[in-house]
Write a protein that binds this ligand. Structure first.
Ligand SMILES: [Zn+2]
Length: 386
């Protein structure tokens, strides 16, 4: 199969009209589209479009009315199909603080789908799970239901996750809570990314967490101790410490765009991962209501709000985040929307470049930025014919 594109961009290259040939699930050839190359009947023609590596979203709770915490394979697959309509080709199924039973159901659903290779056929491929909570600080709970927040406990976590530990990629926790340091060490030892989030930690507490192996911060600028001149807090640590990669919701609601830009300039474009933090209300009309665990949420003017108007997850999708990151070049935006996530997950040697040998995971963007088509391992999993 060949794709004719007006332009393609990855983290290293930006090229004009090109022909990308796919064999099986990988790219086999990339060449310039010249007049001597005669189009073939089965070529896929995107000569008015931009091709980029498919987006990778490491923080997704749901979308299109479906929710990771339904804890079923059916719901997880439906979210993957929804994500593909926004150019996402890889994602982490992300839990919210809930009973161990409910969290386990979500982890098991994701684990089974990955083990049986059931995702990526008609939607985004599931790359693992992200456990957001329950080991967080109630003071910074945001939309996480307080009644299920637990003190960090490695044994308790092991009992819950069992063999799904193999597909658990990220744990968001508050490092200042008693027991957190042991948990951080145990997770880091197993190459599970420890991400600091829903935390009121001091800078000194973050420093200790980094020394134990913490490597990310969750939705930077939201649900964390703020930065002041004498006490950097978690926010200042995110800005200043290169050991930490920062998740960022660039929807122009959660973090002011000037702060988004400043964070990326401070950390470099390799230090930030754009995420959606998408909830079941993504893609649903204004007034749509749903619950996050026991917390009631409503879609209101492009945001999701609790009854007290606290922001509760986002309606962002990564195609919008890619468009919102206007101060940065196309290559840098690719870095922010797929490259850094793939590096964090240890997949950047197989996925994320438009070069022979790399997986044929693409988002095809129309001139207005909307997603024209999405390919996972060479299969078209979404096409917008309009
Ligand atoms: Zn979240």
């Amino acid at each position: 199969m060949r794709l004719l594109v007006g332009k393609y961009v990855d983290t290293k290259t930006e090229r004009g009209a090109s022909v990308i040939t796919v064999g099986g699930n990988v790219i086999t050839q990339v060449e310039a589209l010249t007049s001597s190359l005669s189009p073939q009947a089965d070529d896929e023609d995107y000569r008015d479009c931009l091709l980029v590596p498919g987006f990778v979203d490491i923080h997704v709770h749901g979308g299109a009315g479906r929710y990771v915490m339904e804890g079923t394979e059916n719901a997880t697959l439906a979210i993957g199909r929804h994500l593909a309509t926004h150019g996402v080709t890889g994602w982490l199924s992300t839990t919210v603080t809930a009973s161990w039973e409910a969290q386990r159901a979500a982890l098991v659903a994701a684990h089974r789908l990955i083990e049986s290779n059931e995702t990526g056929k008609d939607g985004a491929r599931l790359l693992g799970s992200h456990l957001e909570g329950p080991f967080i600080n109630p003071i910074k709970k945001g939309a996480q239901p307080e009644e299920f927040i637990r003190l960090p406990d490695w044994n308790e976590l092991q009992n819950c996750v069992g063999n799904t530990l193999l597909t658990l990629k990220i744990v968001t926790l508050a490092p200042e809570m008693p027991g957190a340091l042991k948990l951080i060490s145990e997770l880091a030892k197993r190459n599970i990314i420890v991400s600091l989030g829903h935390t009121n930690a001091t800078y000194a507490e973050v420093e200790v967490a980094i020394s134990r192996g913490a490597r990310h911060v969750t939705h930077c600028g939201n649900a964390m101790s703020p930065m002041t001149t004498r006490e950097p807090g978690v926010m200042g640590a995110a800005f200043g410490r290169s050991e930490l990669t920062a998740e960022l919701i660039w929807d122009n609601h959660h973090v002011h765009p000037t702060v988004c830009e400043a964070l990326i300039r401070a950390k470099g474009t390799r230090g930030v991962i754009l995420i959606s933090d998408g909830v079941p209300g993504v893609g649903m009309p204004d007034g749509y209501t749903f619950t996050l665990g026991t917390v009631h949420c409503k879609v209101e003017n492009g945001t999701v709000r609790l009854p007290d108007k606290t922001l509760a997850g986002s309606l962002l999708t990564l195609d919008r985040a890619f468009a919102n990151a206007v101060p940065f070049s196309l290559s840098q935006r690719v870095q922010l929307t797929s490259g850094n996530a793939l590096t964090a997950l240890g997949l950047s040697n197989q996925i994320g470049q438009i070069r022979p040998g790399f997986r044929a995971d693409f988002a095809i963007l129309a001139p207005n930025g909307s997603v024209r088509a999405t390919y996972v391992e060479g299969n078209c999993v979404y096409r917008n014919e309009e």
